[in-house]
Ligand binder design. Structure first.
Ligand code: UDP
Length: 414
């Protein structure tokens, strides 16, 4: 297990995003929880939405006066290969786990749990399936509360995989999903619902001057004077980057000057990512108006921000999506987002108001063309998108939801 060092953040900078009632409730909850030690445990400190959220949640909770640490479990390729299969199966892929896969999963959880002897925490928040079995290998103490936080779209979960995981998740004091549709009735009668959030003051989301943003994307060979569509996502079949290229090819027929940027960092716990990156490059072929950009080309938070700020349209053409932070990130910057009509994307995009929800490549191309033909329509969507994120998907609200749940667990009588 490795402790993740997070950059300090000041909660006072965030007061502009909350009302006094919320601040009073937060202060009250912090007072109740300040003597409790909290451990967040996830699979990776870099790449993907979970890591993104933790880099804001943890330092802000710390600055509020809570004792929170963030740990990542240690693993090797064989473990990440297995847990990527879990991820795919939980999102509906067919197949059965093999005895060898189950053995690898258990072994890494057992080894990581051995590092937890003597840990002083009162609340454990375990993120996603990778570390879910830690609970089985550590002698749970009387005062401990364990929460399993699932970030995945489990609305069509593979039963074989769920049955295996359920032997662990049923041991938890509480489970948290992103949407009601993800709670499988046969497994959990009751679960908490917490929607994820973005950090409005992180380098990724802070307001960027348009000229500065244009200068940044120019470094990647983008012409800021020509239309740009962009998808920011890991190279993963569920994110459908190949479908995005097909969309672009249709749009290109009417708008020959259009450019496509596929921006995707490679997560440390996603061994499939490389294969899918190569598939994407093959589909892009020799079209130089398609830019495939990864963290190896020097893309980090500021650059992602610039792409989301400058693009005419953000796509998130996922086939399954737990939440899709990239949608909230795009909307926050006032850029219309066209997203797959799945999972958490449906929570964020109001069809026709903040963007469009689409089912197919053809529909996605049609909506992209609608927006490119009607810049005024795109401009109208700007305020609606930002307002929606401000009300529902900022980190301040997310912290409040977590603290309410923590308090309920440690003081059930209240
Ligand atoms: N992201 C990034 N650089 C990239 C690609 C993605 O920083 O090249 C970030 C993206 O901005 C978002 C997160 O990774 O904050 C992805 O979260 P999301 O919920 O969209 O998808 P996940 O990867 O968790 O499935």
């Amino acid at each position: 297990m490795q402790l993740v060092e997070v950059k300090k953040k000041n909660f006072s900078d965030y007061l502009q995003f909350i009302d006094t009632e919320t601040m009073d409730e937060l202060a009250f909850l912090v007072q109740k929880l300040k003597n409790k030690k909290i451990a967040m445990i996830s699979a990776t400190a870099y790449g993907g939405g979970v890591a993104e959220k933790m880099h804001s949640l943890v330092p802000l909770m710390q600055d509020l006066g809570l004792q929170v640490d963030w740990w990542v479990i240690l693993g090797h390729d064989e473990f990440y290969g297995v847990t990527k299969t879990f991820h795919n199966r939980m999102q509906g892929q067919e197949g059965k786990l093999t005895p060898e896969q189950k053995e690898i999963y258990r072994r890494y959880n057992q080894t990581n749990a051995a590092h937890m002897q003597g840990w002083p925490y009162d609340i454990f928040v375990i993120h996603d399936p990778q570390p879910a079995a830690l609970i089985a290998y550590r002698e749970k103490r009387e005062h401990e509360n364990w929460l399993w936080r699932c970030h995945i779209d489990t609305s069509t979960a593979n039963k074989d995989c769920w049955d295996f995981l359920y032997q662990y998740t049923k041991l938890y004091n509480a489970v948290i999903f992103t949407m009601k549709d993800y709670i499988l009735g046969d497994y959990f009668e009751k679960a908490d619902i917490i929607t994820p959030s973005i950090d409005p003051l992180s380098l990724k989301n802070i307001a960027l001057d348009k000229e500065k943003a244009e200068a940044i994307i120019s470094r990647f060979g983008i012409d800021p004077l020509r239309p740009l569509i962009c998808q920011v996502s890991r190279f993963d079949p569920w994110k459908d980057p190949l479908g995005v290229i097909d969309v672009y090819k249709i749009v290109k027929k009417e708008f020959p000057s259009v450019q496509l940027a596929l921006v995707g960092s490679m997560a440390t716990d996603d061994p499939e990512g490389w294969d899918y990156l190569y598939n994407t490059l093959r589909r892009a072929g020799e079209d130089y108006d398609i830019k495939v950009i990864t963290n190896f080309n020097g893309i980090s938070d500021l650059e992602v921000n610039a792409f989301q700020t400058v693009s005419d349209i953000i796509l998130q053409k996922s086939l399954r999506e737990g939440f899709g932070l990239t949608v909230a990130e795009g909307l926050w910057k006032g850029t219309p987002v066209i997203g797959g009509n799945v999972g958490g994307i449906k929570l964020q995009i109001e069809d026709g108001v903040t963007g469009y929800l689409v089912e197919t490549v053809e529909e996605c191309a049609e909506k992209t063309l609608t927006l490119l033909r009607n810049p005024l329509l795109a401009a109208e969507m700007k305020d609606a998108g930002r307002e929606k994120v401000k009300k529902e998907f900022l980190v301040t609200g997310n912290i409040l939801h977590y603290l309410r749940l923590f308090r309920r667990l440690v003081q059930p009588a209240f």
